[in-house]
Design a protein around this ligand. Sequence first.
Ligand code: ADP
Length: 609
Amino acid sequence: MLQARTANGVRLVRRFQPYLRPQAPLIAGGSLALLGEIAMRLLEPWPLKVLVDYVLVPQVTGLAERPLQLDPPLLIAVAALMVLVVAGSRALLAYLSTVALALAGNRVMIELRADLYRHIQRLSLSYHSKARTGDLINRLTGDIGRLQEVTVTAMLPLTANLLTLVGMLAVMLWMNVQLALLALMVIPIFLLTMNRMGKQIRTVAREERKREGALAASAAETLGAIKVVQALGLEPLLERAFARHNQKSLSEGVRGRRLAAGLERRVDGLVALGTALVLWYGATLVLRGDLLLGDLLVFTAYLKSAFKPMRDLSKYAGRIAKASASGERVLEVLDTTPEIRDLPGAAPAPRLRGEVTFEQVSFAYTPGTPVLHDLCLTIAPGTRVALVGPSGGGKSTLASLLLRFYTPTAGRLLIDGRDVRAYTLASLRRQMAVVLQESVLFATSVRENIAYGAPGASFDEVIAAAKLANAHEFILQLPQGYATILGERGATLSGGQRQRIAIARAAIRRAPIILLDEPTTGLDQANERAVSEALEQLTMGRTTFMIAHDLRTVEHVDLILYLEGGEVRERGTHADLLAADGNYAALYRMQREERLHSTSEEQRYVIVR
Ligand code: ADP
């Protein structure tokens, strides 16, 4: 397990090395100061030793006949001064090394966090659809934070103390081999204990981190869907679930602390044992005249510091274990390569015309269960295509393939006659605009929200897009017009207004290909009309794919595709499909009857009232 931990540590360090390199000067400077500090620590007991051996009890030490050149009072003064000088330089060097290394550590972590964020954003949708957002955020903030804290508050002192240990051992061996070896005897016992208990501590720490990730994820999910939660009255249920997880994380935390505390106490015992052995044998040696009294003082003083790394190691074991678990969690994400990325030969797409071809495209989210079968389709530039059919038919999947969220399992998807994989992802997506059923607006100004469609767009362009989207008038009515800051998820606007801002955002892209996912669902009639008009403007002359449930919205499109079970079952214009009298026609009639029925219900309701 020690090997495993070391191997793990080595892997972590090697993986994080590129981040360390730019900080090399800082790290080198800090380490130098650290070495200086350690030298001062080694010197600390020496003034006392010199005083004892030469001045205070020279008769005992047998040095009376070999007095030093200096007068005793002067020697005492020098010794006292040395204590001050050593302590002062040690403090200064310790300060410098801590600051330099902490600075380097923080810089590394900030770089790492930025990279992780960049990486997470680029991970494919297939990853995000499985990963839990809260957990990812926890890795981004919690895990990196912990790494940061531990490198600075635990690893640093630990390294310093380990180096001190080595230095002191060297001095001790030089002074008296037997006594030094005696002191060393406890170290193998320590390693064995550490080995056994460290393993348990690590397991618990990893569990704890995982649990914290799950906790954050479940909280994020609940809060993300707070509307549904409140509407369904799910609060008590979710509270209980949260409390359960919370409680478990507490008991794991306590277990971890208990293990660490147990280890610490054992190490205390070992330290006492080592000191007792040295005291016993050392005193015997002094009495026999084989060791100077001052040397014994230095030995015992060193023992206290020399055993400190052992104590620290046990004290920090839990924290280091947690940090290493955190490091693994961060690496796990960093090492996931985005499934969808630019192929080596990919080039930026030129301005596209918008011809879309599906060439025997099949797709499966999970291998073995295809959701699109052998799709063959060519759409001329500027055609408006509606995707209709029962849910689960594959409409959204088709749109996702077009946006290159996923890659076809078989067959090819061509735009303007070239495989989409020949284009870079960014250049391809830049030429597509999307309006979804529930548009996401960001918590910034209306103007920014629209300009997100084409970063760098001028205010005039924003206004033109808003006008096209039928949004200009109502935006001017907002308290600060275009500068109005929207609430999170655009909560301060009505559904129809949000959709029109989303349409403006799509319009400003001037994309040749547009995807609409039921953007008029759930709107009242007045809003629906405004949004439909805006959509009409938006899609004019552009290749458009619209997913639609309400078949009234597709009557005028150029081509309707009726998808069911991952296949295009019927295709043609509204008139064609009605004449063919297939599934589309049946669905259309059914929707009309439902509408008539509900209208008469509403009228009855009005009359009764
Ligand atoms: P539609 O948009 O027509 O309702 P979808 O394209 O969403 O249909 O779904 C087609 C099929 O793919 C369905 O059987 C659905 O369960 C499955 N599916 C959709 N998204 C995923 C996903 N992320 N992972 C696995 N299966 C999925």
